[in-house]
Design a protein around this ligand. Structure first.
Ligand code: SF4
Ligand code: ZN
Length: 311
């Protein structure tokens, strides 16, 4: 970054960031403002939050979720229209989660936001380390088990804390990766669920929202750095089993020489997911075991538990 270039927005301070897809140079405060404003526009574009909604933010300790907590705190504290609570899921991965639980606790107390922790062990009777040793084969990947449990754990936690909105830190890169994973695995119904307009689900009509869905991952990382948000240094020991990292690298290499390619792909996915969302009635079914909404007679959580416990 050439420090002598002035910010394209305020024309006053030195730029610290070059936004390649728009050609703008931004100073620290204009960059921070742009991220918070973009989040605000996404929330309003997809009607994500209404007056009086209680928002549970899923906070893992990674840069996305901690940044989201800070941005939502700034956006809603100013208006004083919505309560925010942080919920954290402890997967039970030795040597990995402990550091992030500590980071989340300290960050929440810095922001004066309540933090509630829920573990796989207490919710499903087994933690991730145990489920990895119980799985019948490596075809059942760590992240597919973990992702299924995490989605359900977040649902339960949101209900428990009395929130009616759950906000997660998924960014534009995550959205591209999820789309590709669903295409590769043939899970077309799920593409419809990723449309950012919230779906009301369950008897309590909880909404799931992703306010960072239109922001590049690298910009969230830069926002976190500029705001001195602490970073978790430990990597999950199971993450290499996921195809997600390969898809991430693929899109990053495309973007390097074809600036804006991720954003164009995101816009195409938006249109596809909207069509599929309007066609999909699959969530009207209920799981025969737990009664949770499900596309199949037995939901993915109950199905995983049956396989792991060899029932
Ligand atoms: Fe779970 Fe996979 Fe994330 Fe590890 S990388 S925490 S196994 S989803
Ligand atoms: Zn079930």
């Amino acid at each position: 970054m050439q420090q002598h270039i002035l910010c394209s927005k305020c024309q006053n301070k030195h730029s610290v960031y070059f936004r390649q897809y728009s050609g703008e140079y931004l100073c620290r405060s204009c960059f921070i403002f742009s991220i918070e404003e973009k989040t605000c526009r996404t929330i309003s574009k997809f009607s994500m939050v209404n007056y009086g909604d209680k928002i549970a933010v899923g906070v893992s300790g990674g840069k996305d979720s901690l940044s989201l907590l800070l941005v939502l705190k700034h956006l809603f504290e100013r208006k004083k229209t919505n309560d925010i609570i942080a919920i954290t899921i402890d997967e039970g991965i030795a040597g990995y989660r402990d550091e992030s639980l500590k980071i989340v606790k300290e960050f929440c107390s810095r922001l004066n936001i309540k933090n509630e922790i829920f573990s796989y062990k207490e919710l499903f009777g087994m933690d991730m380390d145990e489920s990895m040793s119980m799985r019948p084969s490596e075809k059942m990947t760590s992240c597919s088990i973990c992702g299924t449990f995490r989605r359900r754990a977040i649902d339960i936690a949101t209900d428990y804390v009395g929130a009616n909105v759950i906000a997660t830190g998924h960014n534009l890169d995550d959205q591209l990766q999820s789309f590709m994973i669903n295409v590769i695995s043939g899970d077309i119904n799920r593409i419809g669920w990723t449309y950012p307009e919230p779906i009301y689900y369950g008897t309590k009509k909880i909404k799931k929202i992703k306010p960072f869905i239109e922001i590049y991952e690298r910009e969230i990382v830069f926002y976190a750095l500029q705001q001195n948000i602490p970073f978790q240094s430990e990597q999950c020991p199971y993450q290499n089993e996921s195809i997600r990292s390969e898809i991430r690298e693929f899109f990053n290499s495309l973007e390097e020489n074809r600036s804006g390619v991720k954003y164009n792909t995101y816009n195409s996915i938006l249109k596809i997911s909207k069509i599929l969302k309007n066609m999909d009635n699959s969530l009207k079914n209920k799981c025969n075991i737990c009664g949770h909404e499900s596309t199949r007679p037995i939901c993915s959580v109950c199905n995983n538990l049956k396989i792991l416990k060899n029932d």
